[in-house]
Design a protein around this ligand. Structure first.
Ligand code: GLU
Length: 450
C-alpha cells in the first residue's frame, strides 16, 4: 500500500477513534484509490488526502420542539458540508435516534464520490438529527421540522448547500422543511431542497429514483455477464423508500423480490413482494404507520416471518442489502457465498462491514457492486430536480427516467474503465472509487489550497 495513503488512514484512525463508521468508509475508499495516488505524487505534495478526509465545514445546532402534551424536547441537528469542489454541497438529512457525528461524516464522505460519479455538478454533504420519528404525531413532526429549519436556513441555499431526504426524512418532512425555509427567507427558492412534492417543484420519478437506478445498474452488471434480469430472484432488506422502488422496477422487468426486513426480523415471500400492486403499496402503508415492523407484511399476506433474523440465509440469484449500514457481517457474507449467490449488489449506504466486503470481493466468480454507484440514481435525480427548478420548467416522468437510465449506464461504464485503467479487471468497487475520486481530485488540484 502507498505510504502516503497508509499514513492518512492512520491519521483518521487516531483522530476519529470514536467514529468507527467514518474510519470504515475512509479505509475502504482510500485503499481503493491507492493505485491512483501511486501514479500522482503531486497529491502528496499538496496533502490532498488529508484535505479530502477533513470536512470543509461541519456544525451542530440545537433543535427544540414541543410535543402534543406541551413538553419540551431538545435534539441535536447536524450538517456536514464535506466537499464543495465540484458543486454546491448536496446530500440528505437523516432523522434517526442513533445519529451522531460518525454517521453524518461517513455518509458525507460517501456522498462526495457518489455525487461525483453521477457526472453532475454536485458536491458532498449530509446532515440530520438524533430525533426519533417513531411514534411521533403529525404535529410533532411538523414542529420538529420547522425548528430544525429555523436553525439551518441561513447556512443553505440553491447555490450553497441543498439537503434532501434520507432515513426518517421523506416527502412529508421535506414539505415542512421547505415551508419553513420559504417563510423565513420570503422567497420562492425551491432549489434549496430536493425530494419535494410535485406541486411545488419536485421532480417526477424522484421517489422511485434510488430503487429504479439500482435496478438499472443491476441490468448493466447482468448484461456484462451475458445474463438477463427477467426471472431473477432478489433478496432485499428493509421496507423503506429504496426497497419500494426496487420492487416496482423488479415487477416491470420480470424479476422477483422475495425478502424484506425490519428491526424485528425478515419476511420471505416466495411469490414475490413485487408480484402485486397491493403488496408494493403495502410497503408505503407500513412505513407511514410509524410502527417499523416488517411482521405486519407477513400477517397481512400470510407469508413466513423470521423474528430476529436477517434475510441473508435465503437462496436468491441476487442479494441487494437495501436497509442500512453494516447490515451484512462476515457470518452473513459466508452464508451468501455458501448459497452460491453470484451478484452481491449493495444498495444502502455502506451496508457491508469492510472485512465482509473484502471477503466477498475475493470470491472467484462473485460480482460485488458498491452502494455509492448502485444508489446514486437518487441523488442524480435530485440534481435533475435542481436543474428543473433553476430553469423553472418541468420534465415528464419519461424524460427523467430516460436521463436516469443514461446516468446509471454511465456510472457503470466509467467504473469499469477506471478499474481497467489500473489493471484491476471487472472490479466495480475499486472502479467506482477511482472514477468518483478522480474528478474531485482534479477540481481540488486546480482550485489551489483549500
Ligand atoms: N440520501 C440520499 C443519498 O444517500 C439522497 C441524497 C440527495 O438526494 O441529495 O444519496
Amino acid at each position: 500500500m502507498n505510504a502516503y495513503v497508509a499514513s492518512v488512514i492512520e491519521n483518521v484512525k487516531r483522530k476519529h477513534g470514536s467514529e468507527p463508521e467514518f474510519v470504515q468508509t475512509v479505509e475502504e475508499v482510500l485503499t481503493s484509490i491507492a493505485p491512483m495516488v501511486d501514479k500522482h505524487p503531486e497529491y502528496e505534495k499538496v496533502d490532498l488526502l488529508n484535505r479530502m478526509v477533513e470536512p470543509e465545514r461541519m456544525f451542530t445546532f440545537r433543535v427544540v420542539w414541543m410535543d402534543d402534551g406541551g413538553n419540551y424536547h431538545t435534539n441535536t441537528g447536524y450538517r456536514c458540508q464535506f466537499n464543495g469542489a465540484i458543486g454546491p454541497y448536496k446530500g440528505g438529512l437523516r432523522f434517526q435516534k442513533n445519529v451522531y457525528p460518525g454517521i453524518i461524516k461517513f455518509l458525507g464522505f460517501e456522498q462526495i464520490f457518489k455525487n461525483s460519479l453521477t457526472g453532475l455538478p454536485i458536491g458532498g454533504g449530509k446532515g440530520g438529527s438524533d430525533f426519533d420519528p417513531a411514534g411521533k404525531s403529525e404535529g410533532e413532526i411538523m414542529r420538529f421540522c420547522q425548528s430544525f429549519m429555523t436553525a439551518l436556513y441561513r447556512y443553505i441555499g440553491p447555490d450553497i448547500d441543498v439537503p434532501a431526504g434520507d432515513m426518517g426524512v421523506g416527502g412529508r418532512e421535506i414539505g415542512y422543511l421547505y415551508g419553513q425555509y420559504r417563510r423565513l427567507k420570503g422567497t420562492f427558492e425551491n432549489g434549496v431542497l430536493t425530494g419535494k412534492g410535485f406541486s411545488y417543484g419536485g421532480s417526477l420519478t424522484r421517489p422511485e429514483a434510488t430503487g429504479y437506478g439500482a435496478m438499472y445498474y443491476l441490468q448493466e452488471v447482468l448484461a456484462h455477464e451475458g445474463e438477463d434480469v427477467r426471472g431473477k430472484t432478489i433478496a432485499c432488506a428493509g421496507f423503506g423508500n429504496v426497497t419500494w422502488g426496487i420492487c416496482k422496477k423488479a415487477r416491470d422487468l420480470g424479476a422477483k423480490v422475495v425478502t424484506l426486513s425490519g428491526p424485528d426480523g425478515y419476511v420471505y415471500d416466495p411469490d414475490g413482494v413485487s408480484s402485486s400492486q397491493e403488496k408494493i403499496d403495502y410497503l408505503v402503508t407500513m412505513r407511514n404507520s410509524g410502527r417499523n415492523l416488517v411482521q405486519d407484511y407477513a400477517d397481512r399476506f400470510g407469508v413466513a416471518f423470521h423474528p430476529g433474523e436477517k434475510p441473508w440465509g435465503v437462496k436468491a440469484d441476487v442479494v441487494m442489502p437495501s436497509a442500512m449500514q453494516n447490515d451484512v457481517h462476515m457470518e452473513h457474507a459466508k452464508q451468501i457465498v455458501e448459497n452460491g449467490v453470484k451478484y452481491y449488489i449493495e444498495v444502502a449506504n455502506m451496508p457491508t462491514t469492510n472485512d465482509a466486503l473484502f471477503y466477498l470481493m475475493g470470491q472467484p466468480g462473485m460480482i460485488v457492486a458498491p452502494s455509492k454507484a448502485v444508489n446514486a440514481g437518487g441523488v442524480a435525480v435530485s440534481a435533475l430536480e435542481m436543474s428543473q427548478n433553476s430553469e423553472r420548467l418541468v420534465w415528464s416522468a419519461e424524460e427523467v427516467d430516460e436521463k436516469l437510465k443514461g446516468i446509471m449506464k454511465n456510472i457503470h461504464k466509467v467504473s469499469v474503465e477506471a478499474a481497467e485503467e489500473y489493471g484491476l479487471g471487472y472490479n466495480l468497487v475499486a472502479g467506482a472509487n477511482l472514477a468518483g475520486f478522480k474528478k474531485v481530485a482534479e477540481a481540488m488540484m486546480e482550485q489551489g489550497a483549500f
